[in-house]
Write a protein that binds this ligand. Structure first.
Ligand SMILES: Cc1ncc(COP(=O)(O)O)c(C=O)c1O
Length: 405
């Protein structure tokens, strides 16, 4: 018996992520890697976590920490999150919040909740690869969410219907997106809300990098803007996904969803069926650390990462040959590079690792339609300024060589 023949049709669409495969190759010490979009482990609040885990395991708390728990999530953490969301202009009840195992799980659940095969998900070209992977399992078609272009709403709807489904949601990361580092301004957020209203679809707002702003004015989340319009979270079509991965620890796998209560109730049933609940001890530790240190720790991260972003921007200005363009992010972890037409990011990576021991992620994987071959993503979060200067100089050498061939 071939077990592969037992796989459901959706399994055909599951492919190994280029990024994960790449990360496996990059632990050789002489490679300067701008590939993984991960926090710098030297900046983890490890001491604070030691104290929080010790407390969770003391005599008073251990029964709760190690026992089964409710699917909605650890109540004190949801209370902290309700206050945190109020701080970014989204006042909500604890019943509007579900704790998930990272925001990746939130994306999977939302795909499962909303997408029937053939339905349409609107995503940016490029968008977060993990969102494409999560949604793809539910067999949607993707259409291009492009707030800059004047797409007529009826076109989106007609194309979706022609494929036998309807537009269910628009997914985007409005602040410092992965992979481009770009931010959607307030006008773009308003325009998206108008469009979602006309299409009568949901918006999935991925706030994974929201707290990591280094300069410029904070822009209210899409959910906050919608809440200001409707005056009632229960009437909002935006579903907000948050994460502690970029601020406190990705390894503990704690994220959250904020949405109208009927959405949360369904997602709670989904969580019960999938994994019962996220690990309580991790939620307790995150709560303990967030309660005491969130703001100061985020300020520490912003100081460190903004210096790295500046170092990368300066090095790009010094070393990139003519014809190469890049974004200037106000936060997050990424700079997105557009190479001259005809160049291929994947070929360039091969050369870069072989000839100059520098790595990045080819951009093509972030496009649902397979375009974008002449793009690459650089992450500045996990390298110090010296490595950034050296790595970008090496990248410049690879590019000049490739352009002269
Ligand atoms: C835009 C975006 N959303 C969601 C995630 C998932 O993060 P986590 O599941 O660790 O919260 C990531 C991780 O890189 C991301 O870049």
């Amino acid at each position: 018996m071939e077990l592969e023949e037992m796989f459901a049709t959706r399994a055909d669409r599951l492919k190994a992520s280029e990024i994960r495969e790449l990360l496996k190759l990059l632990d050789q010490p002489d490679i300067i890697s701008f590939a993984g979009g991960i926090p710098d482990p030297a900046l983890f609040p490890a001491k604070a976590f030691q104290a929080a885990f010790a407390k969770a395991l003391d005599l008073q708390h251990q029964a709760k920490a190690l026992q089964y728990s409710v699917s909605e999530g650890y109540l004190p953490l949801r209370e902290w999150l309700a206050a945190h969301m109020a701080g970014i202009s989204v006042p909500c009840d604890v019943d509007n919040i579900l704790i998930t195992s990272g925001s990746q799980q939130a994306l999977d659940y939302l795909g499962k909740l909303m997408l029937s095969p053939g339905d349409t998900a609107l995503v940016n070209w490029p968008t977060y690869l993990g969102a494409l992977a999560a949604f793809t399992a539910y067999e949607p078609r993707f259409d291009r969410l492009d707030l800059g272009a004047n797409h007529s709403v009826s076109e989106y709807g007609e194309r979706a219907e022609a494929e036998g489904g309807r537009v269910k949601f628009a997914y985007l990361s409005a602040d410092f997106s992965n992979p481009t580092g770009e931010t959607v301004d307030a006008t773009g957020r308003e325009r998206l809300l108008d469009m979602a209203e006309a299409l009568d679809c949901a918006i999935i707002e991925d706030g994974a990098y929201q707290a990591l702003r280094y300069d410029g004015e904070a822009i209210a989340p899409i959910l906050a803007i919608e809440l200001a319009r409707t005056g009632d979270l229960e009437a909002c079509r935006t579903i907000y996904c948050g994460s502690f991965s970029k601020t406190l620890s990705p390894g503990l796998r704690v994220g959250w969803i904020v949405a109208a209560k009927p959405v949360i109730s369904k997602l709670v049933l989904m969580k019960q069926a999938a994994d019962l609940h996220s690990p309580t001890i991790n939620q307790m530790a995150i709560h303990g650390v967030a309660e005491r240190h969130f703001d100061t720790h985020v300020a520490t991260l912003c100081a460190a990462y903004s210096a790295r972003r500046d170092a990368m921007l300066a090095a790009l200005a010094d070393h990139m040959p003519e014809g190469v363009e890049w974004t200037r992010p106000e936060g997050g972890m990424f700079i997105w590079i557009t190479l001259p037409k005809g160049m291929d990011g994947a070929d360039l990576l091969d050369r870069a690792i072989r000839d100059q021991r520098v790595a990045f992620v080819p951009g093509g994987a972030f496009f649902a339609d397979g375009s974008g071959a002449n793009t690459i993503r650089l992450s500045f979060s996990n390298s110090d300024e010296t490595a950034i200067a050296e790595g970008v100089s090496r990248l410049g050498a690879v590019l000049r060589r490739a352009l002269s061939d």
